[in-house]
Design a protein. Structure first.
Length: 384
């Protein structure tokens, strides 16, 4: 069996950090595959007695808090990291996630959302800084592909387990198992190498990068907006269609298996610029077609087929975008570019949330949100 070191072409002194980092990200991905699929449904059901439209908009407002918090919090995150390093920030991000889970368990959704938002920006900035420091840069695409594959493999059974727990036990068990996974994800990070930068990131830095990389800026906004709609509204409406959390879990697990295979195959080839560009076009076009199909043919069979298309081509959308952005990050200040990328994603989240809330508030057809997602999914096509 080949080791991480062989798969990722890592020098010996980086193997400990890479093992620990990949173990933690795999557990964290398992958590989100397990938790994030069902939390929109839990929030919707909590507010449903006040009306379905109100419940859907409350869901949007809660996720608006999650998305705006990183935009406000990143200066403090990068300033603290410049002083203490990114390892303690990475660990702290999971502690905030742990606390946010406890709050949400007792229906304190808005305080929990604040902590989720802070955890998100602290995690991703720190993760990518340490990730770039612990890999062979020439094999960035392969590394990204392997991480995506590990995450997808961990997510194959996660939705099924979540559906089984919510169907046959209760929400308390669901939250407690979520908390347990996050605790496990913290443990490997204790042994990783700390990474320091001397530069904190300001809003002015991000504006300069948006001017320097306008294609990247709009690509991240589009990917963030599309990702929000898929992660939040799509599971909710699948649940309303399937009428069962267990059915939703089974559906998600099956199509995740297909995505895991595609992730590893694609990642091997994404280090080639021409191939990455072609895959990006395939991914963005396929995403757009899947969203348009969902908006035009609103039947269980059609939604299932178009969602399978979405998941099969997910690696074509995500891996070239991540690989290209990480190559760009290596051209200058890594912390500044990665923060720029993550904040651009959050701006996309906010735009998608506000448009979705407006559509629902005005009583317009819900499929218009899918049309918006189709448009947003095309924006990464021009990144290079």
């Amino acid at each position: 069996m080949r080791t991480y070191q062989q798969l990722l072409h890592l020098p010996h002194n980086y193997i400990k950090t890479s093992h620990a980092l990949f173990t933690s990200i795999t557990l964290r991905t398992f958590f989100f595959a397990y938790f994030s699929l069902f939390i929109p449904i839990i929030i919707f059901q909590y507010y449903k007695h006040l009306g379905s439209s109100f419940a859907i908009n409350m869901l949007g407002v809660i996720y608006l808090v999650i998305s705006i918090t990183p935009i406000l919090a990143f200066p403090a995150v990068t300033k603290t990291a410049a002083r203490f390093g990114y390892k303690p920030i990475l660990i702290t991000s999971l502690l905030f996630l742990f606390t946010g889970l406890l709050l949400m368990k007792y229906q304190f959704f808005f305080p929990g959302a604040l902590l989720f938002g802070f955890s998100s920006i602290a995690w991703w900035i720190s993760y990518y800084i340490i990730f770039l420091d612990s890999i062979n840069i020439q094999h960035t695409g392969k590394n990204v592909g392997l991480v995506e594959t590990l995450g997808a493999l961990s997510g194959i059974i996660a939705p099924l387990i979540g559906g089984l727990i919510l169907t046959y036990t209760n929400q308390s068990i669901f939250f407690l198992t979520s908390i347990a996974v996050i605790c496990l994800a913290i443990i490997p990070l204790i042994s990783i190498k700390n990474r320091f930068t001397t530069h904190s990131v300001s809003y002015t830095d991000l504006i300069k990068l948006a001017v320097q990389y306008p294609k990247d800026f709009f690509a991240f906004i589009g990917a963030g907006g599309e990702g929000f709609i898929y992660a939040i509204y799509w599971p909710l409406f699948l649940f309303l269609l399937l009428k069962s959390q267990l059915s939703l879990g089974i559906f998600a697990s099956v199509i995740t298996l297909i995505a895991a295979i595609a992730s590893y195959i694609l990642g091997k080839r994404s280090d080639h610029k021409k191939a990455a560009s072609l895959y990006q076009k395939i991914g963005t076009t396929s995403f757009s077609i899947s969203w348009l199909g969902k908006s035009l043919w609103q039947t269980p069979l059609a939604w299932s087929l178009f969602d399978i298309i979405h998941r099969i081509f997910n690696p074509f959308f995500v891996i070239p975008l991540n690989t290209t952005s990480l190559y760009h990050a290596q051209k200058g200040s890594q912390s500044t570019y990665i923060t720029f990328r993550e904040i651009s994603y959050r701006i996309g989240n906010v735009i998608a949330i506000l448009i979705s809330i407006l559509i629902i508030h005005l009583g317009l057809p819900f499929w218009l949100i899918f049309v918006i997602a189709a448009f947003l999914s095309l924006t990464p096509m021009k990144i290079n």
